[in-house]
Design a protein around this ligand. Structure first.
Ligand code: ZN
Length: 412
């Protein structure tokens, strides 16, 4: 058996090197992106480091999602322990609950939630455009009614930056128009042109609205139409952004098309800036993204699945609700070194789930996040050690054996 399953995702993280934690003078200016290693086989994959006001992020990097300012069930120290260097919040959710001004009154989101490392916030545009029937889009912004209480609001390229300035986000996302996965080419082009218009406004305003060191990323749209995607990358290159994201993926399009879009477009995004694919993904999606030269990704999958009883292991996904685990004294994953696997049996975790104890969600989330960080760390270490070719083939084998893209969830 190869040894990559035992990689500790925390090993080699820049902030674990004590000098970086002790002396901020060692930190590089926020927005600095260093490429540390490249795929030794000549592909576009790379390992790097992005500096934020709250420390470095070693890339490729998986970012856990904490929509309302908490990765559900976990404390900040749990996130540090599993190796998270950056988490996601959502400006739409936070601007309504508890309110961006209220958070700003506490000195920003970092202080409010007691999280010392980096935070990226999504603008919330994706959520507002998903409020079908509750929004009205024009060329300057979008009027919407919240899913909280139906109250009416307006979101513009300026307002989303103002909210994120108040939250104190390390990485702010611009407002873009993300069309649904089944949109026509005309609708996709329309959304893309509107996104370009809004990106220009954000690029012009960001220095006035955001504090020094708050980074701002643009978002590439264009669906799975490679011509439109290329056109949009070229348009956004002209603006003042610290990184570019691929938006509008994993919104219902076929998985091979999503992977093909990343493979074609990520390598033509500016190489000197970090590349981020929003809202992915499965272990297979993450391997495809890293192989395409993507540096950052986020997904609710490890945290949401954990709470639903779905646990990721090196032997595939397991459903802890199954009765066959009732007397199983083994850990979730023999090869995992997370706190959950070090202490607890499958039988106990199943019991906690069955008895609806909140401890279950916490322990399951710790394990799943550890697995995702471990998966990405395997690729990051491989790039740094010039072994990306063999390592990515090994992970491909794990995927084809245990994580077939369209395979059924065990026990469901
Ligand atoms: Zn574990």
């Amino acid at each position: 058996m190869s040894n990559f399953e035992r990689i500790d995702p925390r090993a080699g993280l820049t902030c674990e090197q004590e000098v970086m934690c002790r002396d901020r003078n060692e930190w590089l200016p926020a927005g600095t992106f260093e490429t540390i290693a490249r795929d030794e086989t000549g592909g576009p994959a790379r390992a790097g480091r992005l500096w934020t006001r709250h420390g470095p992020i070693d890339t490729p990097c998986f970012m856990p999602v904490g929509t309302y300012g908490a990765v559900k069930g976990l404390e900040p120290r749990d996130l540090v322990e599993v190796g998270s260097q950056i988490i996601l919040g959502n400006a739409y959710h936070l601007s309504h609950r508890p309110g961006a001004e209220r958070v700003a009154g506490f000195g920003g989101l970092h202080e409010f939630i007691a999280w010392p490392r980096a935070i990226l916030t999504d603008s919330g545009g994706f959520q507002v455009f998903s409020l079908r029937g509750l929004q009205k889009i024009d060329n300057d912004g979008v009027d919407y009614r919240t899913h909280f209480d139906g109250s009416a609001h307006r979101m513009t390229p300026r307002s989303v930056l103002e909210v994120q300035a108040g939250l104190g986000s390390d990485i702010c996302m611009v407002l873009d128009h993300c069309p649904p996965g089944d949109a026509s080419r005309a609708q996709i082009r329309d959304a893309m042109d509107r996104s370009t218009r809004w990106a220009r406004i954000a690029s012009d305003l960001r220095r006035d609205i955001l504090a020094p060191g708050q980074l701002c990323f643009g978002i590439v749209q264009g669906g799975t139409d490679l011509e439109l995607r290329r056109e949009h990358v070229a348009a956004l290159r002209e603006f003042d952004f610290d990184g570019l994201a691929l938006g509008g993926l994993s919104v219902g399009e076929p998985i091979p098309e999503m992977h093909a879009t990343m493979a074609a477009i990520a390598p033509i995004m500016p190489p000197e800036r970090p590349r981020y694919v929003m809202g992915i993904g499965t272990p297979a999606d993450l391997l495809a993204a890293v192989s395409a030269g993507v540096d950052m990704f986020d997904c609710v999958m490890p945290t949401r699945h954990a709470r639903n009883g779905q646990l990721f292991t090196w032997q595939g996904r397991m459903n802890i609700r199954q009765s066959r685990y009732r007397d199983d004294a083994s850990p979730l994953d023999e090869r995992c070194v997370c706190r959950t696997c070090a202490q607890f049996s499958r039988a106990y975790l199943r019991h906690l789930h069955e008895s609806k104890d909140p401890l279950y969600g916490r322990l399951a989330t710790i394990h799943n996040l550890f697995f995702f960080h471990q998966w990405v760390a395997t690729l990051r270490h491989a790039l740094r050690e010039a072994r990306f070719g063999p390592r990515s083939r090994e992970l491909s084998q794990v995927i084809s054996q245990h994580y077939p893209p369209t395979g059924p969830v065990e026990g469901s």
